[in-house]
Design a protein around this ligand. Structure first.
Ligand code: GLU
Length: 476
């Protein structure tokens, strides 16, 4: 078999949502599985929709996730240019060829006239097809006029790698604009020429192109191109499973997830799970495993539900798997400003106390603050505590006092701190939920924090005793 070549062909419109990055991932996985090539092509022919900085944004996102392209804007593989806007001559050449064989013609109508045709079709209760209004003779085409494909209507049945057998009647085939009056090609034309010239073997893309596929098939025939393998990915749905995921459902740009401290491995696994499973119950895959197991035939037809909780679960998993040194590098941006005077050793210890509980990196900023700064006493933490609120001030004070006495006598290593805390339970006849909560509040002034003994160990003797004393004095 010839070399497998897949492509990701985004339009640079400013946003890299889950669905588009999933398309890139699946196309990349197919290429990698067969030792083929993955190509990045920028589809920038719709000049009104261009957003500055998008191309950099797309490239940055792919790189951050490790979805490296073999050919693309800054990586020539002999099939460039990889920006459609730099390929206008190529499209015009093919357009002229179509004119020559009488499969394309200049569209002489104004948009008002086309609107009239549309209304006319509506009045006659017929679907609007441009080909029913094809001009008898056509003027010579020049830039400034749209150029239309002259279709050869017929019904089609075709095989989609994911969706299976699809079919459409001849009403799905129409004369469509291939070159706009500004001289730029439409997507419907340019991608067909590019896929052909770039020797793309698999066109992997989202649902919205199914309806136009018969038109594309008609054009492949007119140009005498072999049709590539077509694979349509299922839509990504919001968590209720009812509608297509949109920004309104909280779907973020992939770089935003990365900026919040979601690890690339988690994002890749989440994206893979949006439509793919290997038939087993395995939920998390390493990249080599994904490459080995991925198969378009195993991509589901029905919509795939996006659930941010699942992403968090995956991320917690990968956070727990990393060594502290690696995690420290990954999350170095998330320390609160107060941490700047503390050394890396201390920060790594702090990070270790949180490793089991972090869902994403950004949580670290608030959660870890108390390790770098004594927070003001918040009397509500005791007032709102179910058990502590039942104790009198004197009872609270005596619990704090005895804690100070016992901790003062302790060597500050984890084991000793643990046994000191246990003996405090015996001495005070209190339950952990009472005594430990009180000490925790004194140390952290927050309602949730890592294990108590670990917290005491990292804060150190002096700081821990000082903080317990602060609460004691406040209560006095
Ligand atoms: N430029 C199209 C888009 O961004 C690409 C569709 C395709 O992959 O063919 O939706």
């Amino acid at each position: 078999m010839s070399e497998i070549r897949t492509r990701f062909a985004p339009s640079p419109t400013g946003f890299m949502h889950l669905g588009s990055v999933r398309t890139a991932l699946f196309a990349w996985l197919v290429a990698k599985k067969y030792n083929g090539k993955f190509i990045l092509r920028i589809e920038d022919t719709d000049r009104n929709r261009l957003v500055e900085g998008s191309v950099e944004h797309i490239i940055k996102t792919l790189r951050a996730l490790g979805i490296y392209y073999d050919e693309g804007p800054d990586k020539d593989g002999g099939y460039g240019p990889y920006f459609q806007s730099q390929r206008l001559d190529i499209y015009h050449q093919f357009a002229k060829q179509l004119i020559k064989i009488k499969r394309a013609y200049a569209d002489p109508y104004s948009s008002d006239e086309v609107d009239k045709f549309r209304q006319d079709a509506k009045l006659n209760k017929k679907p609007f097809l441009f080909r029913n209004y094809r001009p008898d003779s056509s003027a010579e085409w020049h830039i400034g006029m749209p150029l239309r494909f002259l279709s050869d209507p017929k019904p089609y049945t075709w095989e989609d790698e994911v969706m299976g057998k699809l079919s459409a009647g001849e009403e799905a085939v129409d004369d469509y604009v291939i070159i706009k009056s500004d001289g730029y090609p439409t997507y419907n034309f340019a991608h067909i020429i590019d896929d052909y010239l770039m020797k793309i073997t698999h066109v992997i893309r989202s649902q919205e192109f199914i309806a136009s596929t018969p038109k594309f098939l008609n054009l492949y025939e007119a140009l005498n191109f072999t049709k590539p393998i077509l694979a349509t990915l299922p839509p990504v749905l919001s968590s209720d499973g009812k509608k297509k995921l949109s920004k309104r459902d909280g779907a973020k740009d992939i770089l935003e997830y990365l900026d919040e401290g979601f690890l690339p491995e988690s994002i890749i696994n989440l994206l893979a799970s949006l439509g793919f499973n290997d038939g087993s119950t395995q939920e998390l895959f390493s990249i080599p495993e994904l490459i080995e197991k991925f198969d378009l035939k195993r991509v589901q037809k029905s919509g795939a539900i996006f659930d941010e909780k699942r992403l968090q679960w995956m991320n917690s998993h990968y956070i727990r798997q990393l060594s502290i040194d690696d995690l420290f590098v990954q999350f170095n941006n998330f320390w609160p400003p107060e941490a700047k005077n503390f050394d890396d050793q201390y920060k790594k210890k702090v990070l270790k106390t949180f490793q089991d509980r972090l869902k994403f990196g950004q949580e670290l900023t608030d959660l870890s603050l108390f390790f770098f700064k004594e927070l003001p006493v918040n009397s509500n933490l005791i007032k709102d505590h179910k058990q502590l609120s039942k104790l009198t001030n004197d009872e609270l004070k005596s619990l704090l006092k005895i804690s100070i006495d016992e901790l003062t006598k302790t060597n500050f290593n984890l084991l000793d701190i643990q046994s000191c805390l246990n003996s405090l339970l015996l001495k005070t006849s209190q339950k952990p939920v009472v005594l430990f909560s009180l000490i925790r509040i004194a140390l952290t002034e927050t309602s949730s924090s890592p294990g108590l003994a670990e917290t005491i160990e990292v804060l150190g003797k002096e700081e821990s005793l000082k903080r317990i004393n602060t609460l004691l004095e406040t209560l006095a």
